[in-house]
Write a protein of this length. Sequence first.
Length: 461
Amino acid sequence: MTTDAQPVPAAGTIHTLTLHDLAVTGGSVARLSGLAVFLDKGLPGETLRCRITESKPRFAKAEVLETVTPSPDEVPSFCPFGDRCGGCAWTTLSYPAELAWKERHVKETLRRIGKVDFSATEYLPITPSPRQTGYRNKMEFAFGLEDGQPALGLRQRDSHAVVSIEECALCALPVKNILALTRQWMCDNTLMPFDGKTGFCRFLVVRCPDYSLDGTPRCLVECITAPGNAKQAQAVADLGRLLMATAGVTGFCHSIRADRANVAYGERVVLALGETTVTEKFGHLLLEAPAQAFLQANTGAATLLYEHVRAYAERTQTKTLWDIYCGVGGIALFLAREGLTVRGMETVAEAVRYAKKNAAALPGDCAFFRGDAGAKTAALSPAPDLIITDPPRAGMAAAVRDAILHHRPAAVIAVSCDAASLARDLAVLGSAYSVKSARAVDLFPHTPHVEVAALLTLSSR
């Protein structure tokens, strides 16, 4: 065994390390003679025996061999698949400790990358998720291989391999029967998972909204496959009818994805049975969306996020609001009121159609447009007092940042599911704006992900 005095540990050597932090990848971090060591698992305060798997001048990676001393923040796991499944990073970390890490991580990321000066910026306490299990209204299960055999479940962490799980504690409704029937269907029809070149089955997306008008639970299932033949298409139709007859599924669709990218998004719907949309309630707001559209997966926590955005908006003297990346209208329509002009922009035509539908019964002057924000904003009027953005994880497109800097509204509310991409956007907008307030909202318990909202105002400089 090597000693901990070695400046750069060699691959294969074994060390006893005490962990001091969590990593944004879902692992943990220790120090070895000042060198950062990233481990595949572990909790702060835990002492572990580890084997170095990769050694670089500035960091090393290690795998955990055994626990020497457990973490004071460790709790029993709620998931029987937690040691293999990559869906959750932290099934044994106490929720208060997880919240503390996320709050600290967001602040440090905004300070370091976004150049946010927290001596002059309000940083509000993190908002917990109302539910830590059973909170997801949408789950994306993957078809793949497990030990060389066709499987349906969730990906292993940092791997394309699939862990066959019986059900998921994060899902709002039990999915055990849906998964079992689909696995049996795959075997009975000798259907293989798509491997990037060959195969047919790709994803099974299950949506279970919290809201139901008549109290009957709703469940919409989307089976995403590679392009196939008539026999395979008929097999998927048979699956849909089976699930609707025996598994409490109220709507089913079959969509095709030809693109090889491993994304659970169908490019074209070829079959729809029963209900083809989901309706979810965020506070006072009802939102209807098609199966392929984006809705926040944690309804309760998303409602709290929207309320925080509204509180930020109420700090401004807003008469005209632009919502860029508006989707089916979530944030914009949550803020809609008499006397407020709302304009929403979105590149997905189907989402725009439903945003207009969702706005029909609401107060205020609400209009939604399809198109690139950089081009679309040039033709919109009146000019906004407030721009709201909630982009994908990669952050705002350069054209969106340029549009904000061109129109220079008095305030911007930037929402993001990735603190690092938000920080990069804030650094660019910092040429004209100051961050007045920021806060994290935990929409994703047991994962490293966290939602962030920031209020920016036009600088006087």
